[in-house]
Write a protein that binds this ligand. Structure first.
Ligand code: AHM
Ligand code: MG
Length: 343
């Protein structure tokens, strides 16, 4: 595939990589591409029109929802629903998963989508990059019947595809179907994504650590020790600290430059903050496909068995050697003390 192919051409060109492919996954990724363009358009004009501010609703985690979150959620849900391309969707912005039925009441589509429609939304009203994160699985229950919770509660290692869109200085769509990671940049003048970052790879080591260090006093000892290690003058250290507070942007930068992103447990968030299904699993899949790694400090994120849709887990992800080093510090302390019981 030549460097300047469009995302549309790339999707068609790579369809044969999937055994027994019926083109369903390609159509699904195409729908996400379309919805991404619509959301991008709205995010970009956020400063121009009076659509900022809270929508007055709170999501299932009790956080304020901003208007663009609601909008992005509606666009992704609607696009996937109208095209009848999936049998179910779970969104960070919805309390429960949504079953998509065909016109005749049944649905023979085999894929479910899990999505965080607009991540990092607290950054919207200050003109800082936000993102969309998506994850695709094959359903485990019988096609033709309504989807069940177990179709969504699958280990991350079962993902068929995952990706994100970063609405940044340029808008990019980055995704994997388990055959490496490719990044596409939107040319806004003509509304086309072009392959700009073929076969993205995490450097094995990196100069960056990304964590909300304001929570330092609340961190477990293993995290505190690792942070001191990052700041120590030795070899290629101290590392540089970079934290946008938008997972997609922090991850994207670290994948290009080399680095580690950490959102650990803390006495304030005993299970961590980020959601396993909508944020950590897709990011972990992309990280591994790019030669990086993602861990909860003790085990591979992709091997965690989910128990609930909105489950949170701590995450350390990025350059392979950096994550391994962080795990080394974590393992000096018992895991039980790390995962405090959720109140
Ligand atoms: P959100 O899903 O409510 O937008 O929260 C997720 C975001 C991540 O993008 C970001 O990395 C993290 O929350 C920042 O949290 P904090 O402000 O606690 O550092
Ligand atoms: Mg989020």
């Amino acid at each position: 595939m030549q460097k300047h192919s469009t995302l549309g051409e790339f999707i068609i060109g790579h369809q044969k990589q999937f055994k027994y492919s019926s083109g369903e996954l390609s159509r699904l990724i195409n729908s996400i591409r379309l919805a991404a363009k619509v959301v991008n358009h709205e995010v970009n004009k956020a400063g121009l029109v009076d659509i900022l501010g809270d929508a007055g609703d709170t999501n299932v985690q009790g956080e304020d929802q901003q208007k663009l979150d609601v909008y992005a959620n509606d666009i992704f849900m609607e696009t996937l629903r109208n095209r009848q391309i999936v049998c179910g969707i779970a969104s960070e912005e919805e309390d429960d998963f949504v079953t998509i039925s065909g016109h005749d009441g049944s649905n023979t589509n085999k894929y479910v989508v899990l999505i965080d429609p607009l991540d990092g939304s607290s950054n919207i009203d200050v003109n800082v990059s936000v993102g969309t994160i998506f994850s695709i699985y094959r359903r485990v229950t019988e096609p033709g019947k309504p989807v069940q919770k177990e179709d969504f509660l699958q280990e991350g290692n079962k993902q068929v595809a995952a990706g994100y869109i970063v609405y940044g200085t340029s808008t990019m769509l980055v995704y994997t179907t388990g055959h490496g990671v490719n990044g596409f940049t939107l040319n806004p003048a003509i509304g086309t994504f072009y392959l700009s970052h073929p076969n993205m790879k995490f450097p094995e080591d990196g100069p960056i650590y990304s964590i909300n260090e304001g929570n330092y006093v609340h961190f477990p000892q293993g995290v505190k020790d690792y942070l001191k290690y990052c700041q120590m003058e030795e070899g290629d250290r101290p590392y540089t600290a970079r934290y946008i507070g938008s997972l997609v942007s922090d991850f994207h930068r670290n994948m290009i430059k080399g680095g580690i992103y950490i959102y650990p447990t803390s006495s304030k968030s005993p299970q961590g903050k980020l959601r396993l299904l909508y944020e950590c699993n897709p990011i972990a899949f992309i990280a591994e496909q790019a030669g990086g790694f993602a861990s909860d400090g003790y085990q591979r994120i992709l091997d965690i068995k989910p128990t609930e849709l909105h489950q949170r887990v701590p995450i350390f992800c990025g350059s392979k050697n950096m994550v391994a080093k962080a795990e080394e510090f974590m393992r000096k302390y018992p895991q039980d003390a790390y995962y405090a019981k959720q109140k």
